[in-house]
Design a protein around this ligand. Structure first.
Ligand code: SF4
Length: 112
């Protein structure tokens, strides 16, 4: 498993379902342009939304999380500094974006 639970037990239970669960964890914690190659694994990940919300909520500054590079996450955080809990916002954006509807149903099945 690439991403390890760091908080209370169960706080990152979703990580066990990540598409990166069988890749070298170091491959996601790279810098610069290497992050764009590393994030390809996230494209098929059933817990991408959970992963991205975790990184944004906790202002995680390194590595690829939820299919975004550290720089891409910083951009989001700068654009919406008032957001404390990202999951509801990400859910709302998915439900309003037609191309993402199939993603939403995938994510719904992955939540426990
Ligand atoms: S979104 Fe990417 S980094 Fe997060 S669990 Fe899925 S594959 Fe791993």
């Amino acid at each position: 498993m690439a991403l390890q639970a760091t908080g209370p037990v169960g706080a990152m239970a979703w990580a066990a379902h990540g598409a990166c669960s069988d890749v070298d964890p170091d491959s996601l914690f790279v810098s610069g342009a290497a992050q764009h190659r590393a994030k390809r694994v996230c494209g098929s990940c059933p817990v991408r939304l959970e992963c991205l919300a975790e990184a944004l909520d906790n202002r995680i500054e390194y590595g690829v999380w939820g299919g975004l590079t550290a720089r891409e996450r910083r951009t989001l955080l700068r654009q919406l500094p008032e957001v404390v809990r990202w999951r509801p916002l990400l859910d709302a954006r998915l439900s309003s974006a037609t191309p993402a509807r199939s993603d939403r149903s995938r994510y719904a099945g992955a939540q426990e």
